[in-house]
Write a protein that binds this ligand. Structure first.
Ligand SMILES: [Zn+2]
Ligand SMILES: [Zn+2]
Length: 336
């Protein structure tokens, strides 16, 4: 799509995301659905290591907001085509004497794509490749510098990671950063998302040479992990604020407050059905409202409103002019 719509002609970088069904055409194993849903995000046009860190930070933030725990972030660098050919040669040399110990599949990979042997799950291959040269030991100065800076950006925002030198990509358009987010699974760990840089991809599909990095997660995998960890779906109110107004003057003022709160990004509602105060409160309760603002003519005359925290059942008087700030502050505190 990036190539088709010539997005590279727009100011760079280009950031896109997608969410949609994906279909597996290969044989589907038991317990795996043929149709899965994938969410992904990509950034094209910049090879700045800060972009790598930004994409990783976004992914980690997403999982943490869902409430997932005990995640491990694995990162690695697979370098550029130049680093790769050095690594390929070194790896080939290393595995030559051990080739007969590899699994059938990897014996076939040995000439074509020895890199894939590093992420083979067969124990024989794991043993045979123990101590093999890693991609990071073969990086050219530029790629080594890129990887170092990705790590220091992650450090700077407190994101913990494990450098996993077995995290490699089989396809040639992948470059530099590779990452995978692992969650504890029954007896092992399983990946709940990952991504990496593919500076060679756009060119390969017929576009101008453009750096890119992407991240994707399978929603079904994430949901299964949430279930295993007993994580509840983040609650979230349907209405952040409901304004209960009593009397015509109060209603007019309520309308301007409503508008003001919405401008501030809050999901706010008020009554348009002429309900009594009691009925308005009941209505607000039905929609899992965070705060209710109550204004009658008496409050209006004094320039105040009653702000009720629906969950806590507490309320206080707040000056109308401070209402918006007050609600935003309370919502901020809620998040902590
Ligand atoms: Zn390189
Ligand atoms: Zn193998």
């Amino acid at each position: 799509a990036y190539v088709e719509h010539k997005l590279y002609a727009q100011p760079q970088p280009t950031k896109v995301y997608y969410l949609g069904p994906m279909f597996r055409y290969a044989n589907v194993q038991a317990g795996r659905d043929r149709q899965v849903h994938q969410f992904g995000a990509e950034v094209f046009g910049s090879s700045d290591p800060a972009v790598d860190a930004e994409v990783i930070a976004m992914a980690m933030d997403f999982y943490h907001r869902l409430g997932l725990k005990d995640l491990e972030l694995h990162i690695n660098s697979v370098g550029c085509p130049a680093c790769r050919s050095v690594h390929r040669e070194e790896l080939h040399k290393f595995l030559e004497s051990r080739a007969d110990k590899l699994c059938k599949l990897c014996q076939g990979r040995f000439e074509r794509n020895p890199l894939r042997i590093l992420d083979c799950k067969e124990e024989a291959c794991r043993d045979a490749s123990l101590g093999a040269p890693t991609t990071t030991t073969c990086l050219c100065p530029e790629c080594a510098g890129h990887f170092r800076r990705v790590k220091s950006y992650l450090d700077s925002v407190g994101i913990k990671y494990i450098v996993n030198d077995r995290l490699v990509r089989g396809l040639d358009y992948y470059t530099n950063t590779a990452f995978e987010i692992m969650a504890p699974d029954i007896g092992a760990q399983s990946s709940i998302g990952g991504g990496g840089r593919y500076n060679g991809l756009i060119e390969q599909v017929g576009g101008p040479s453009t750096p890119g990095i992407g991240y994707a997660l399978g929603l079904e995998r994430v949901l299964a992990t949430m279930e295993r960890q007993g994580v509840q779906f983040p609650g979230g109110h349907q209405f952040d604020v409901f304004i209960a107004a009593l009397g015509d003057a109060a209603k007019e003022r309520a309308f301007t407050i409503l508008n003001d709160l919405r401008q501030a990004g809050l999901a706010a509602e008020m009554d348009y059905m002429g309900r009594s105060l009691r009925a308005q409160m009941k209505y607000a309760g039905k929609f899992d409202t965070g705060y209710t603002v109550i204004i009658g003519d008496e409050e209006l005359n004094r320039g105040v409103a009653v702000l009720r925290d629906m969950a806590a059942g507490t309320q206080e008087e707040v000056a109308l002019d401070n209402l918006r700030e007050m609600i935003l502050t309370k919502k901020q505190e809620e998040k902590k």
